[in-house]
Design a protein. Structure first.
Length: 471
């Protein structure tokens, strides 16, 4: 193959390694700027492949992802194939369902099909005449000094290709990132959480969705949970998140039924007894990893984006959205610094690392909020207080979820604002509670009850009042 970077008098060559969600979108961004774009993807073309292996079947798309899609003219196409989810629908063990809205009226996240999204983005990238998609190209190694990459083909042969800029979008186990790890002053950490995930399908009933479709259904059970997102074919994809050791305890179909009977009884008739007993053992539970690293670039030669830079656990529904936002942030910096890679790459690291690290931490936090906090009365009370204050002071008090999901507030600033708001609101609540207690006591002292007229003994009454005050 022609070593593209050696071609004289041509626009610079950008190699995007990884043709997943972020790689395919990034190819559109670079192609739009007129670079010669080459995408290298280890898999076959998913648009023609019979079997598509991969992670979650559907994903929640929100504002950051949508803004990035909009920049390359893809938002409407993707949104028209998504299913709006206006609220979480909490399923309690007795089958009671209670909605908790995500934001204000009219705010929603979208359930989108991962494979379809990836296919649409690849097709969009291919419509640019300056883009070439190379499937069945697995990156084996590359040189930060020269930009020379070595790919392995399915027949074992090797291919060497050079590029001016290499964009590593090759996912959580990035081969591009391996070169970074060999260098000094590269920070890297990865954490596997003790939970795994397993996907189960809830089929339609009489051609209709088995549950209300415009919700993200959640069965929070404190140490584990199940969620379900709707699909266009009227199925739901249910994802069970649970510690690996709990998955391993269940070894027979009867044990699966016992477990579901105890924790998710309302889901049994909807998924089906036979399907449950069969599908639980179809694939082992999958692991989830959180990866943080810094810097994201090497010189003016290479930059990491998407999961290659920051794999996050899926509990904030932000992994892909953050990866898509990486592309738009890079694009904005390209405008500011006149496409000068030697200035753009360090600036991208400077701007983006704190934000991606913040969303990685928030995703870990939401891991507990989704499976446990949503069961707590204090959480629901605080959510209502936050919503009322947001309604009264929309520019001052903004719930964390709203900032993360429905705005492009930088992730690290959203965290700072959240902590500040939390402090202020908690102090306000304490102030109100103290005021109510003192006011109540004052009224009681000023207007003492006539003990003779009480139908219950005075001592009992005081005990009751004390119990109310102290709980
Ligand atoms: P990937 O999607 O992993 O794509 C990487 C690509 O690189 C792949 O196509 C791969 O084949 C290719 N590749 C790998 N190695 C090589 C190599 N050596 N050479 C060439 N190509 C290579 N995010 C959300 O925003 N919302 C959600 O609701 C959500 N739900 C999730 C649920 C689950 C269960 C999981 C696990 C994740 C979820 N995510 C969600 C996160 C989201 O899936 C990822 O953040 C997103 O897929 C990252 O895209 P990417 O392109 O960076 O990486």
């Amino acid at each position: 193959m022609e070593k593209s970077a050696d071609r004289p008098n041509k626009k610079k060559v950008v190699a995007v390694v990884g043709g997943g969600l972020v790689g395919a979108l990034n190819a559109c961004f670079f192609a739009k700027r007129g670079f010669d774009v080459e995408v290298f993807e280890t898999r076959d073309d998913i648009r023609t492949a019979k079997v598509v292996k991969g992670r979650s079947i559907n994903l929640a798309l929100s504002h950051r992802g949508r803004q990035s899609l909009k920049s390359v003219g893809m938002e409407d196409k993707i949104v028209s194939n998504g299913i709006p989810m206006n609220a979480r629908m909490i399923h309690s063990p007795n089958g009671k369902q209670s909605p908790i809205p995500y934001g204000k009226k009219g705010q929603y996240i979208l359930s989108v099909d991962r494979a379809n999204l990836n296919k649409e983005l690849l097709t969009a990238a291919e419509t640019y005449p300056n883009t070439k998609l190379n499937f069945d190209h697995k990156l084996q190694d590359w040189s930060p000094e020269t930009g020379l990459m070595t790919f392995v083909r399915p027949d074992g042969s090797l291919e060497e290709i050079k590029a001016d800029l290499i964009v590593g979008c090759d996912g959580a186990f990035s081969a591009i990132r391996k070169q970074f790890l060999r260098r000094s002053r590269f920070n890297y950490s990865q954490t596997y959480i003790p939970h795994g995930y397993m996907e189960l399908t809830m089929p339609p009933i009489n051609g209709e969705f088995a549950m209300k479709p415009n919700y993200l259904h959640i069965w929070p059970r404190n140490t584990f949970m199940m969620i379900a997102l709707p699909n266009l074919d009227k199925t739901f994809t249910c994802t069970l998140f649970m510690p690996f050791e709990e998955f391993e305890k269940i070894t027979t179909g009867d044990e699966v039924m016992e477990f579901f009977q105890k924790y998710f009884p309302d889901a049994i008739p909807l998924i089906g007894v036979d399907a449950l007993k069969r599908d639980y053992f179809r694939l082992p539970a999958q692991a989830m990893v959180s990866v943080k690293c810094s810097p994201y670039h090497i010189g003016d030669k290479c930059v990491l984006m998407g999961d290659a830079a920051h794999a996050v656990v899926p509990f904030y529904g932000q992994g892909m959205n953050a990866g898509f936002e990486d592309c738009i942030v890079f694009d904005e910096i390209m405008d500011q610094l006149n496409e000068d890679f030697s200035a753009v790459l360090p600036e991208y690291t400077r701007v983006r690392v704190p934000d991606d690290h913040a969303i990685a931490d928030l995703a870990m936090y939401n891991y507990i909020e989704m499976r446990a906090h949503v069961n707590s009365k204090w959480f629901l009370f605080r959510k209502n207080v936050d919503d009322i204050l947001h309604f009264l002071m929309p520019g001052t008090i903004i719930p964390l979820y709203t900032m993360v999901t429905f705005t492009r507030t930088r992730y690290h600033q959203a965290v700072e604002l959240w902590h500040w708001q939390d402090r202020v609101i908690n102090r306000g609540l304490l102030f109100c509670a103290t005021g109510a207690l003192l006011g109540g006591s004052y009224l009681l002292v000023k207007n003492p009850p006539d003990i003779n007229k009480l139908s219950i003994p005075a001592e009992k009454l005081w005990n009751r009042l004390l119990a109310v005050w102290t709980t």
